[in-house]
Design a protein around this ligand. Sequence first.
Ligand code: PLP
Length: 330
Amino acid sequence: MIGVADIEAAQARIASTIHRTRTEHSESLSTTAGVPVHLKLEHQQRTGSFKIRGATNAILNLSDDQRAKGVVGVSTGNHGRGLAFAARQNDVRCIVAMSQLVPQNKIDGIRAQGAEVRIIGQSQDDAQIEVDRLVAEDGMTMIPPFDHPDIIAGQGTLGLELIEDVPDLSTVLVQLSGGGLVSGVAAALKARSPDIRVIGVSMERGAAMYACQKAGKPIMVPELSTLADSLGGGIGLDNAYTFQMTRDLVDDIVLVSEVEIAAAIRHAYWHEHQIIEGSGSVGIAALLAGKVRPDGETALLLSGGNIDMALHHRIVSGEDVDVTAGENNA
Ligand SMILES: *Cc1c(COP(=O)(O)O)cnc(C)c1O
């Protein structure tokens, strides 16, 4: 598995490409939670999310031959954007395949970073078939969004920064989808301070890692539309790293509803002056809804800010936005 030495190496490797984002104390959330609450402003990262950390680390670890043939990825958006940016920085060809469920603003974001975009099918799995073809026929290297040592180590650099900013950290809330973020962050934090409690936060609609941990193994979990669209998708039946790291390092997993996610986006805007996407807001959602009992210095990540601004406007204006309309309200 990935350890703190790998994460420190990633930190040195990616330092000149990424922003070292700030951590801010939140007055309003500290009052609500009854403990000091700190926000890591990672939505202000280049490309709008932390995904650039792992992607840059992976690109910089390619051999000369791999660099020459280029990279491919499947993405709900932010990984594609981070990968495209990292590839262009290093003059590497990049193709990103994604499903029709991905919102237009995310597709535009990836094209703007200079990558080729291919839209294939109704799910991440359909897009994966195109990626497998590019790997087999053109010799391109697939860079997955979470289940890869370089990705996990890159995302883990967030944990090193966080504990530098808040040395007495006691509870940390981390977004949880495929688990690359929480695996890296928890590995970094627990190496520095073993008693830190790491709590994963997912949305109720399609919480794949949560379902897999309950089942005791990777299983198929249906993908549903949600305001936290960057947290959608499965963990892979052949998961090699993040299932086990999540099991070993994450103390608890909590789930938040669509209404709670919308409330958190609203709170971030009106009380913290931050524009964040649904996935970026689930830590705030969990605190506001009282789903975690924070203990001591508490931190959460604002992991991304790539939201359609018309949607954001409707949410912060108080409109009752339902992105799940027309689907099973499972
Ligand atoms: C990808 C992503 C996550 C979840 O990261 P995983 O490594 O898949 O668990 C959280 N927030 C945002 C904004 C993301 O883009």
